[in-house]
Structures are given as C-alpha cells and as structure tokens.
Design a binder for this molecule. Structure first.
Ligand code: PLP
Length: 356
C-alpha cells in the first residue's frame, strides 16, 4: 500500500506528473531541449517572483547551495543558522575552503534583522546565507524585515535556502533583493527528487568573476554563461525525465494559480497549528511559523515511531523530529499537493490511534 507522505519531502506527486517521467528521450543539444528548459525557466520566474535568470541543476538543492557559496564568496561568508539546514550552509563553506563565520539562533528561534545588521556592520562579509524555512524546527524566517537590513549593504550577495518553502509560500525574490533563491524539486514543488533550481541576480553573476576556484559542476558562471549562450542548455547532460516532470507540474501549478496555491498552504498551516495547540504544543516561536510544515512538541511523550507505524497501516506517514529533536518533536508537512481533506484525515487518524 502506498503511504501518503506527510513528511517534509519527498512529497506526494500527482499521477500525471509521475507519468510524464516516462516520456521518450530527446537529445540534450536539440531545439526540443532548449524549448523545454526555457518553458521551465519562464514558469519558475513566476513562482520565484523574479525577472532574473534561472539555473536548473541535476542535483538536489544542496548542490546549488554549495555552488552558490563557492561561486559567489570572494571575501568571507556570513552563515545564519536556525537549525540543521543553516548549519549545512556553514559546513559547505568550510568543506570548500571558503572563509565563513556562523551565527546561530537557539533551536525554535528565528534569524533576526538585528543579527544580520550586526554581522554586516563589521564590513568583513561579502555573502550572506540564510534559511527561509527551517525544516528541522518549523521556523519561517522574517525575510521581509531582513531585506530592509540587506538594502544597507548593496555589495553583499544574499543567498536564501527556500528548499522547503518555494512554491508553497510566496517569496518576492526581486522585491526583497534576494540574489540567489534556491529550491529542490521534491518539496513544495511536488516533483520527484533529483533536481534543483535557483535564481541568479546580476550582482551574484558579477561576483563569480572575482572568485578563482569555483569548482566545475556547480560553477554558477559556467551554468549561467551556457544558459545564455546556448539557448537554455546546460554544460552537462541534465535529467530529462525530471525536466518533463517539472514542466508538467509547473503547468499544473500555473493552472491552479499561485495565489490560490499559497492560500491553500496557509489554510492547511492554520488548521495544523490549531490542532497542534489543542492536543500538544508548537515547537517554534509562534511569531515565525512555517506555512509548509508544522513542528509539534511531543508534550505527551508519545512513541513517535509507534504512531508512525500505526499510521502506516492506514496508508499515511508523518515525520519524526530532525536530528537532536527526534522523538522530542514530530513534523507534519502541509506542502505541495496536499489539501485540507488530507489534514483532516491525518489528524483524525492520530486522534483515534492515541485515543485523544
Ligand atoms: C531538504 C532541505 C535541504 C536539502 O535539500 P536537498 O534537496 O535534500 O539537497 C536544504 N534546506 C532545507 C531547508 C531543506 O528542507
């Protein structure tokens, strides 16, 4: 039996998107490949609220995160972490020999505009990376407020990990002045795992020329130059089946309408928060709650693996806590293709199983 996924990625994929994976191969240097990749980039511009260029990558989101840090840091990077995925920004820098400092918030708290201002005021940094939606703690960082601070530092390249939010929660990339906004296919975009996409601003692109060792596969300059000079083609062979699936899903998203899609996510988020408060408690600071997943404090000390096993018998799966929060919290994603009726289905099942 298929278990409906309430984990924060991979998420449920629509049957027609799954079918599109099986299309016949085309040459990756053909006009058909250019047309496909241009179509995807155009629709992603709508999703990301940007007019900038889009880079597609046959890797999960981590590939583009690593590429961004390595390609766009000439001096030193300031990494803001509110949990496991923010810590990864810092690890990516150090693993690539990129000078970086990490600024951590307590688990369940946000990155504040003051923290960013204080770090950038030192003049040491030329790249800032933050997490938009921390999938480990359920925090959605206040990017609108952070954007006000970033405007004071026009030479700093701003990278945002929106892996678990873009496509499910509105992010106005250009209006906020974000230089590189990154997401993966398998979360709110609701496409199978294996590809990632990001925006790249002129500022981020210009920075790449000042960096000598950008690596090769994730070199943002090489990716951008190839997209521009070869009509949306890529230096290496991309995953064409995933391109078909992404194109198919983005068309479905355009048909739903992005505003309707965001409203659906907010409705699910509000339902799940209210439920969590009634039976348990919310883990993160409730001023900064994620629209795409709810992280619930395990105040009843329930056996989360046991709960998941019982849910599995009913064809559902939720997420245990991440890393150090395992068993102390559990996570219910409300992203991608899930609907209000799915929210009601999983919460009633949990109430029944736990006899709440
Ligand atoms: C899942 C996730 C990642 C890692 O993405 P991959 O596609 O698995 O490389 C990074 N950041 C956040 C916030 C995530 O949720």
């Amino acid at each position: 039996m298929h278990k409906k996924l309430f984990i924060p990625g991979p998420t449920e994929v629509a049957p027609e998107v799954l079918e599109s994976l099986g299309g016949p191969m085309i040459g990756h240097r053909s006009k058909a490949a250019s047309d496909l990749q241009r179509s995807i980039s155009d629709m992603l511009r709508t999703v990301f609220c940007t007019e900038q260029e889009i880079l597609l990558s046959t890797s999960s989101g981590s590939g583009l995160m690593e590429g961004a840090v390595r390609s766009c840091t000439a001096k030193k990077a300031a990494m803001f972490s509110v949990g496991a995925f923010g810590d990864r920004w810092y690890k990516m820098a150090t693993a690539n020999g990129v000078p970086a400092d990490i600024f951590k918030s307590e688990l369940g708290q946000a990155t504040t505009p003051e923290m960013v201002d204080q770090a950038l005021a030192t003049g040491q940094y030329d790249l800032v990376a933050i997490t938009h939606n921390e999938t480990a703690t359920g925090i959605m960082n206040p990017v609108e407020d952070i954007a006000e601070v970033m405007k004071k530092y026009p030479d700093v390249v701003w990278c945002v990990d929106a892996v678990s939010s873009a496509g499910g929660s509105k992010i106005e990339t250009d209006k906020l002045g974000i230089d590189v906004l990154i997401t993966s296919t398998q979360k709110a975009l609701a496409v199978p795992p294996g590809m990632a996409a990001c925006t790249i601003s002129q500022k981020a692109y210009d920075r790449t020329s000042q960096v000598q060792n950008r690596g090769l596969y994730f070199d943002f300059k090489e990716l951008y130059d190839t997209v521009k000079s070869k009509d949306y083609q890529y230096p290496s062979t991309p995953s064409l089946p995933l391109m078909y699936a992404l194109d198919c899903q983005l068309k479905r998203m355009m048909a739903e309408g992005m505003d309707a899609r965001y409203a659906r996510h907010i409705e699910m988020a509000e339902f799940m928060r209210a439920w969590a408060k009634e039976y348990f408690a919310l883990f993160p600071n409730d001023q900064y709650l994620s629209n795409t997943l709810t992280v619930i404090n395990n105040t009843r000390d329930i056996d989360i693996s046991g709960l998941n096993k019982a849910l599995g018998e009913r064809g559902m799966q939720l997420g245990n806590g991440y890393g150090s929060l395992k068993n102390l919290t559990f996570r219910i994603a409300h992203m991608g293709e899930l609907t209000m009726s799915d929210m009601r289905e999983i919460t009633s099942a949990i109430e029944e199983i736990l006899d709440l």
